[in-house]
Design a protein around this ligand. Sequence first.
Ligand SMILES: *Cc1c(COP(=O)(O)O)cnc(C)c1O
Ligand SMILES: [Zn+2]
Length: 559
Amino acid sequence: MNSIPPERQRVGLECTNCHTQIPLDRSLAGCPACGETLLEAIYDFDQMDIPAWVERVKQRRPNLWRYREVLPIHHAANIVSLGEGGTPLLKSQALAASLGLKHLYIKDERQGPTGSFKDRQATVAISALKEMGVDELVVASTGNVAIAYAAYCARAGIKLWAFFPSLTPGDKMREAALYGAEVIKITGTYDQTKELAARFAQTKGIFLDRGIKSVAAIEAMKTMAYEIAEDLGTELAGGERWLAPDWFLQGVSGGMGPIGVSKGFRELVSFGLVDKLPKLGLIQSAGCAPMVEAYQRGQRIATPIDNPQTIIATLATGNPGRAYEILYEYVNTHGGHFTTATDEDAFTATLILARTDGISVEPATAVTFAGLIRMVRERVIKPDDVVVVNCSGHTMTVEKHILGDQWQHSVDLSGQAKTPALPEEGLLSALEQVESQVRRIVIIEDNVDAARLIQRILQARGSYDIRLAHDGATGIKIIREVMPDMVVTDLMMPDVDGFAVIDTMKADKTMARIPIVVVTAKDLTPKEKARLNGQIDMLLQKGSFIDEQFIESLVSKLP
Ligand SMILES: *Cc1c(COP(=O)(O)O)cnc(C)c1O
Ligand SMILES: [Zn+2]
């Protein structure tokens, strides 16, 4: 089996501005009618028997090429694959509970071959280039596209010139170099880097990857929509049908992900496979948020940011161009929200996500989760909404000694300040300080899951040494042993209940001063309230979930 039909007959292009239809052609720079550079692939789906196709898809392996009939490649022999796509849709447990969300799903794009959702773009783009006979390629990237392209180019035998802005972490440039790409570091912004790469490609006569404007990129990203719809259907409808979520969230730079995903859902609606389009939650880094700023001002066209003030290189596109217009249109027509997260919020979100759901992400992805937290807090996202977050990229390191020093072409003139060595005694006292800063909390809660949840959420916010007890008697025993900085206790427990724990602590000189926080689901009687009065430091009503405020109040009671 070499060619892609029978289901699909033809691929063409359509102008996103004037909707002129154009045959697919390598040398095309834009729409011949209006000059628009953003073109979309269109397919002749008329002869496609959708139910039969869905059945066939089900039999295939869970990777991106499972949907090969809706991708712009003619011959399967040209496909350059590393097993990308088919990433799991993880149901969030602790983070969902801490936000009060019932259906929070994490599309784990970290599990791609090079650790980000750019693997989708790479497999489709490099396969298309192979089909066109391209053997040398120039790309400008904030990191992940170049890494993914470098891997797939290595596999396809295509030489890659990768241009990076200096903000890109060295680890990422090194990763691209590992796959044999020529790495060119530009001391300048990402937008300047793109310009230079384009000039280089033009003077050398080398094919230039057009990023968001490349048809392959949007087609690749749309496969996330197909996977999400298929997996949500399995998750929420027993595999009877495909389902669209209420929300798709992503940290946005160039906007390729959400544009691709929205095209995917449009196709699925036209196939009758899903019955709605998701709202888009688009989050940008506060220091480089041209889309959010334009949206908040009601502008249809974004004002470029010349000097991005974020250290998150992946999201440092200052000039979103046409991509913003398309997303603006979508959000106005089908719903959605533009918002920002600061770098600091993103780093907090990194810790929360790692320590609640065991997922380590790169800063660009953390921006998405920080945005999620914000959108829940601002009640843009509701507790019952089905939310899918694009968990777009993993943290990344390459062991430095593998490459030596000669892996990039630029010279860094700023020089490196040497960190003075820490004297031995300094190290010891630093260690002691660290230890003395770890505060102890005893949680007494007979519901094991609730206790663990409070523990995990607290641990996501800082270094706490947390001991759990599931009944009052054990709680007292542990308190005596470890003399914690705070006790968090439930009231209703079999045998020795919370009231008894409090009485015991208050009657003992050594324990009397430890702050006590009571967490209860029970509506207290006036008599019970009187009994607690003056004895405890805080009373928290346990709702259906544990929110941000709950944790903040809790932590504020630590001495
Ligand atoms: C590229 C990238 C983004 C931004 O993607 P766009 O859809 O092009 O805006 C977000 N996160 C990660 C990890 C990325 O690599
Ligand atoms: Zn046009």
